[in-house]
Design a protein around this ligand. Structure first.
Ligand SMILES: [Zn+2]
Length: 188
């Protein structure tokens, strides 16, 4: 009987609107981070962190692309290899999120996998073109959806700092409108 009541109480707690989980989460957990408003060449955020801090899902969604191998070479500097170890996620808001230069992709993270907001996807590192950079950072990109493997759009089309500012203090702010605008502007 006592057990039944406890289960019931837990169920009610989960159902109450005040206990609703946030839609968005700040994508780096476990260390101090710094990011600016500027990114070279295209809109994105380089979130300076520490080696091994967690890269977490900024929203629930489905994994699109995963790169577990660092194929970058300074000699060729190919665009599709610059991210090193990376993950892209199609969020429940229809927006694509991309994190790269990871040291590690967590076990089981693969295309098509459903993940929840705040779930650890990988660890911050210096893979790809961040090799040799003293302070590890997460390259974080927000974009509209394109076909898997399209590295050019996924690296970023909308500046993430406004959203990072909100998520950092627990506010849900969606980039969906800004992303739709960028998509229309690009004629996609
Ligand atoms: Zn970057």
């Amino acid at each position: 009987m006592k057990k039944t009541l406890l289960v019931l109480a837990l169920l009610l707690t989960n159902l109450s609107p005040s206990a609703a989980a946030p839609i968005y989460a700040y994508p780096v957990v476990g260390c101090e981070t710094i990011y600016g408003k500027y990114h070279h060449d295209y809109p994105a955020s380089d979130i300076k962190a520490e080696l091994g801090c967690a890269f977490v899902a900024p929203i629930g969604g489905v994994i699109q692309d995963v790169s577990r191998k660092d194929r970058w070479s300074g000699k060729t500097n190919l665009g599709q290899h610059r991210g090193g170890r990376s993950i892209s996620l199609i969020g429940d808001d229809g927006v694509r999120y991309y994190g790269s230069h990871l040291s590690k992709v967590m076990k089981g993270i693969k295309p098509g996998l459903r993940v929840e907001v705040g779930q650890k996807l990988g660890e911050i590192g210096t893979s790809g073109s961040a090799r040799g950079i003293p302070r590890p950072h997460l390259h974080f990109g927000i974009s509209y959806q394109t076909e898997p493997g399209d590295w050019e759009i996924r690296r970023g089309v909308v500046a993430p700092w406004r959203y990072l500012d909100a998520w950092k203090v627990g506010k849900d702010r969606s980039p969906a409108k800004a992303v739709a605008k960028a998509k229309a502007k690009a004629g996609r």
